[in-house]
Design a protein around this ligand. Structure first.
Ligand code: NAP
Length: 262
């Protein structure tokens, strides 16, 4: 059956591969990006190849923009079969440069945690009964400092990225606990994408190495009853132990809800 799929971060890397896969498969794909021009080109290319593709624009680091993105999705469809939160802000070219959004929130936590937090909650009413959420995290995980969520001390962009990814894993555990079909994964180690190159890492994996585990979480019927789980590629794995601290998850989630106005 034709699915309606939202993929964030489609203008490059893994997201581009995912959008292309679903469009070629005949699904209806809502492609997200932050640059309307590049996104339009992508949508035109996929449509010219026979795809059923629509664009939604938004900056994942700005909660108001993410809320608008969700409204755009709601205007395009009343049903989603898949939400793939793929877009993310990497460690950056200068990891010592602390970046914040317009509200002063640390940018990686805003983009990689608050954005999926908000998207998943605002769009949950559209998720079909058998629908799934796939959150793309990373094996790079570091504990959250609840006393310094803004990471004002000894800032490092790659560390901020790792904190944000653990936060995303924590939220997926919570969603799973609430009965939502949400899972989270590390797709592959060092795919040849911009965020990897920006941080000075040498790619070790192919795009397909990352694509296949994401597609499996999205589509494999054997995972129909698996919720709130973390996968290291194809294998169920344990995230950083802080993810199992219920009190940390509760405090973080309450902070997130306030930040995004939910
Ligand atoms: N590459 C790896 O080895 C690796 C390993 C583990 C996990 N991951 C995860 O895999 C996912 C895909 O990353 P990738 O490797 O494909 O990297 P990428 O090519 O750098 O893609 C990142 C995507 O996020 C989008 N994005 C970045 N900042 C944004 C913003 N402020 N607003 C809206 N969109 C924004 C980018 O848009 P633009 O095209 O406009 O830049 C791009 O589409 C991420 O969640 C990443 O953390 C990757």
């Amino acid at each position: 059956m034709k699915k309606t799929v939202l993929v964030t971060g489609c203008t490059s890397g893994l997201g581009l591969g995912l959008a292309t896969y679903f469009a070629h498969r005949g699904d209806r794909v809502l492609v997200h990006g932050r640059d309307a021009g590049r996104l339009g080109l992508l949508a035109d290319t996929l449509c010219a190849a026979g795809g059923d593709v629509e664009s939604v624009v938004g900056d994942i680091t700005e909660p108001a923009s993410v809320a608008a993105l969700c409204e755009s999705v709601g205007a395009l469809t009343d049903r989603l079969d898949l939400i793939i939160n793929n877009a993310a802000v990497g460690g950056g070219t200068d990891p010592r440069r602390r970046e914040v959004n317009s509200a002063g929130t640390e940018r990686r936590l805003a983009g990689n945690y608050l954005a999926p937090y908000q998207i998943n909650r605002r769009l949950l009413p559209l998720l079909a009964p058998q629908g799934r959420i796939v959150n793309v995290a990373s094996i790079g995980q570091l504990p959250i400092d609840l006393d310094d969520l803004g990471f004002t001390r000894d800032y490092d962009g790659v560390e901020a990225y790792c904190r944000s990814k653990l936060a995303l894993i924590m939220d997926t555990i919570d969603l799973g606990g609430q009965g939502v079909h949400a899972n989270v994964l590390h797709p592959a180690h060092l795919m040849p994408t911009r965020m990897v190159r920006d941080s000075g890492f040498v790619p070790e994996a192919t795009m397909d190495d990352g694509l296949l585990p994401v597609l499996r979480l999205a589509l494999d019927s054997a995972l129909a009853d698996v919720k709130g789980a973390y996968f290291d590629r194809f294998d169920r794995a344990e995230p950083h132990p802080q993810a199992r601290d219920e009190q940390v998850r509760k405090t973080l989630s309450a902070w997130a809800a306030e930040q995004v106005g939910l």
